[in-house]
Write a protein that binds this ligand. Structure first.
Ligand code: SF4
Ligand code: SF4
Ligand code: SF4
Length: 443
């Protein structure tokens, strides 16, 4: 369809997530919200047929006005489709692309099915691979288990090593939950020092369940015992940030910190939908051509239509999808509108806005406490980082600045310890008496 024939034009570029195997997966992670989605297509063998694949790639290209198109595959487990499915997708990209158009092919996987054929294919075609790892084996295996309940860490790491062997670009996606949420440095250092990763995404596990304990729809304000706690999420981010800003700026990329810095710089977008003012440019395509508003809203009320019946451009540009994206800004409770870190947080993802705000107004983000703590904690270094970049200085210069500030704080603290009386509050801020805290060795 020529672009001027699309009644409501979609954004110039959008980030569609396609699920070629639907919710099907070879694993059964305890917190997986995809698996319950199988109930939407009862009895169906969820594999994308060739006519849907062709319609998808052709329409995706037609709907884009940008020169670069992202073709993003995820699941369930997309590698269940086999390499030939993705070869065919690449053929279709070549067939339908406009002159000068380029593609960014990405795939999100649990890594357990990767083999040499995959490694060679992904490298040859420049795929960016997201691989899901929740930390060192004992933390990863807490919830990331196979269908028999067995651990999966060894299989995932074998897949990751295979990607490294072939020189495939990869990043790590970590679901931060109630277990690994207490071990931020262990998780982060494992990725940096053991796995030699340099790009990490941390995603909070917030599993909302309905009265029957199911996760099919976003209902109720009850979360599972696997969900990260709000304060735990904030502490996790703060601890990783403190390590990163002292040692790894410019060599490790943590998506949340990159997005936060972009918001500190007041750039037009944070590049993470959850931290933008509005959203709606990340629809999800099911195996059968059904298009939903977002991967987190694959549920009947958010079904935009089928690309077998209506052009994807129309669906992504539709009034209902625009309303979905605009609601992220319009539905903020007043405590968010008045919040000092709104410019960075934007109320995060609407899927997590299900607790009452102080005063009873509905729609506060479940993770608010954590985000508030994190954004306030990073304020001084983020401002300094933004200042460096605005002056054309490299971001890495933040690290010696922070160390100087640390030394100064340490000296100030030492002087305060020297002055403190035994029954004074400890200057470290623990809330304990000095004699019970840093003064305990003083006799
Ligand atoms: S690997 Fe991904 S899709 Fe499969 S069960 Fe785990 S979280 Fe779900
Ligand atoms: S609902 Fe959440 S995940 Fe989906 S597009 Fe909006 S902010 Fe992003
Ligand atoms: S930190 Fe809390 S109050 Fe502030 S914008 Fe985020 S969710 Fe709203």
């Amino acid at each position: 369809m020529p672009e001027d024939a699309i009644p409501h034009a979609p954004p110039d570029r959008f980030h569609l997530l396609a699920k070629p195997a639907g919710a099907a997966c070879n694993l059964e992670c305890a917190y997986c919200f995809f698996l319950d989605k199988a109930a939407l297509y009862p009895g169906a063998r969820t594999r994308m047929a060739d006519d849907v694949l062709e319609a998808y790639i052709r329409q995706l290209i037609e709907a884009h006005r940008s020169e670069c198109v992202t073709v993003a595959w995820q699941g369930g487990e997309p590698t269940l489709m086999g390499v030939d499915f993705f070869r065919r997708a690449l053929e279709l990209e070549e067939r339908y692309k406009r002159p000068g158009m380029t593609f960014e092919n990405t795939i999100q996987t649990n890594g357990t099915l990767l083999d040499d054929e995959w490694g060679a294919f992904l490298k040859e075609h420049g795929f960016l691979v997201g691989i899901s790892v929740d930390g060192p084996p004992e933390l990863h295996d807490a919830y990331r288990v196979d269908k028999a309940g067995g651990p999966t860490s060894a299989r995932t790491i074998r897949g990751l090593r295979l990607l490294q062997k072939y020189g495939v670009d990869f990043n790590i996606l970590t679901a931060v939950n109630r277990v690994n949420g207490d071990h931020p440095l262990e998780v982060y250092r494992y990725f940096r020092d053991e796995l030699k990763a340099d790009w990490v995404q941390f995603i909070p596990v917030v599993e909302r369940i309905d009265a029957d304990g199911r996760r099919l729809r976003q209902e109720g304000d009850t979360v599972t015992e696997r969900s990260v706690l709000p304060a735990q999420w904030g502490s996790f981010l703060c601890a990783v940030f403190d390590e990163w800003v002292r040692h790894d700026v410019g060599v490790m990329f943590v998506q949340t910190f990159e997005a936060t810095l972009r918001n500190w710089l007041r750039l037009p977008t944070s590049a993470m939908c959850v931290f933008d003012e509005t959203c709606g440019a990340a629809p999800a395509l099911e195996h059968n051509g059904d298009l939903y508003s977002c991967d987190h809203f694959v549920e009947p009320d958010y079904l935009l239509g089928s690309i077998r019946e209506q052009h994807m451009g129309e669906l992504v540009g539709s009034l209902s999808q625009r309303a979905f994206g605009q609601a992220k800004a319009d539905d903020l409770p007043s405590c968010c509108r008045e919040c000092d870190v709104l410019f960075a947080c934007h109320g995060e993802c609407p899927k997590n806005r299900f607790v009452p705000a102080p005063g009873g107004e509905p729609g506060l983000n479940y993770l608010c406490e954590g985000y508030k703590a994190f954004f306030r904690h990073v304020e001084p270094p983020m401002s300094a980082l933004a200042g460096l970049l605005q002056r054309g200085r490299p971001a890495e210069e933040i690290m010696p600045l922070i160390r100087v500030a640390d030394d100064r704080r340490e000296k100030t603290l030492e002087a305060a310890f020297a002055r403190a009386g035994r029954n004074d509050p400890c200057p470290c801020g623990s809330g304990l008496k000095f004699k019970r805290c840093h003064g305990s060795t003083a006799g």
